[in-house]
Design a binder for this molecule. Sequence first.
Ligand SMILES: [Zn+2]
Length: 99
Amino acid sequence: MAAAEDDWRLEQLRSQKHLHRIRLERKPYRAYRPGWDHDHCVACTAQFAEQDLPNERVLKEGYATCDDYVHGAEYDWVCPECFLDLKDALGWQEATAST
Ligand SMILES: [Zn+2]
């Protein structure tokens, strides 16, 4: 189901224009650089990590920015649920490995 106009996640992203109309590729989560052990979904702040963390729910897979993104590939991550809910509202496109 598409997000409602007053979805809080949409509110949060509305002013972040660099996150609008971008390509996102589904892939296993990988830390952005060594020493960086987790990230958060840019919309709902769900946590991504390569390893399980004690007492925390972590996602191992999500949608990552591509190399045409202003901050580069795998810099920002979106969880699968938010991708589905918000892609129409924010103009997100699913990238395939070959594009
Ligand atoms: Zn999310």
